[in-house]
Design a protein around this ligand. Structure first.
Ligand code: 5RP
Length: 282
């Protein structure tokens, strides 16, 4: 591995071997997702607690101050929308490596849809992206996406998709936590794994428990969005999850961090119901 690749990976994966990424790329197919209507405002209080942000070039250019020094993971796949839910897997690569370099991104990410009608295309998208980005020492993070088929997220499926992503050259894999059998997902994937959170759940303790268990089973951290920034107390969520990842806090200890932070944080105004329903569908 050359210096550029090592350096970029070191920006993302911290010295303790762990990572906390904050994805705000959801609008690339969902539009103005609940509580991400103004991404710049959503992330501003959260930036101190995360190791990197994941987003598209459009949101980076229009909503993030260029003096930002948090590493950027650029989402470079797209071309679909929730208006055609059955075709969410029909993605292409939307951003060139030259653009990635110009934006000074530390990594790129794109989705693969294993088991979907477009499996072949998305896997070739990944391979071609790896070919292009490795030329510039830019790591590729593959996202094992399931579209609206959330039920697919069991250990067997996630192990298959994660391993294929690594075989095709992804340097990091983002997959889902699945509880039982998650250790097999990690064991079968030779590159670091981070977990997404999926649609927002009601209990923050549940989120802390997923994150904690995923780390015990070998994940290096999270790429977790909605369960942080759709929460009424996003800063408290970010701080609590950070404590699990970088301070080895247990779910109970994280809950204490959450409660302590929450008491000093202003509750976010209520989310609009229709938009919240839309963002819970993938
Ligand atoms: C959107 C993504 C997200 O980055 C990923 O799903 C993580 O976000 P969340 O925790 O909200 O699921 O890839 O397509």
């Amino acid at each position: 591995m050359d210096w550029g690749m090592k350096n970029r990976l070191a920006q993302l994966i911290q010295r303790d071997g762990r990572a906390m990424f904050l994805p705000i790329d959801h609008g690339y197919f969902q539009g103005p997702t609940t509580r991400l209507e103004e991404p710049g405002k959503t992330i501003q209080p959260l930036l101190p607690y995360v190791d990197a942000i994941m987003l598209t070039r459009g949101i980076l250019r229009s909503c993030v101050d260029p003096t930002n020094t948090k590493p950027v993971i650029l989402r470079v796949s797209g071309g679909t929308s929730m208006a055609r839910k059955d075709e969410l897997s029909h993605e292409g690569i939307t951003t060139s490596a030259r653009e990635v370099v110009r934006l000074n991104a530390s990594a790129v990410s794109m989705s693969i849809f294993v088991g979907s009608e477009r499996e072949h295309e998305t896997l070739l998208n990944l391979s071609n992206l790896v070919n292009e980005c490795e030329e510039y020492d830019i790591p590729v993070m593959a996202v094992t996406a399931v579209g609206t088929e959330l039920g697919k997220r069991d250990a067997r499926y996630l192990a298959l998709a994660s391993r294929i992503a690594a075989e095709l050259g992804a340097r990091v894999v983002k997959t889902y936590y699945c509880g039982e059998g998650f250790e097999k997902v990690v064991h079968g994937c030779p590159v670091p794994i981070v977990i997404a959170g999926g649609p927002k759940v009601d209990s923050e303790f549940e989120v802390f428990s997923w994150v904690y268990d995923a780390l015990q089973k070998g994940a290096i951290g999270v790429n977790l969005g909605r369960n942080v920034w759709q929460h009424d107390y996003p800063v408290a969520m970010a701080k609590a999850i950070r404590a699990i990842i970088h301070e080895n806090a247990t779910p109970k200890e994280a809950q204490t961090v959450f409660e302590e932070t929450k008491s000093g944080e202003k509750k976010r105004p209520a989310a609009r119901k229709a938009a919240a329903r839309r963002s819970a569908q993938h």
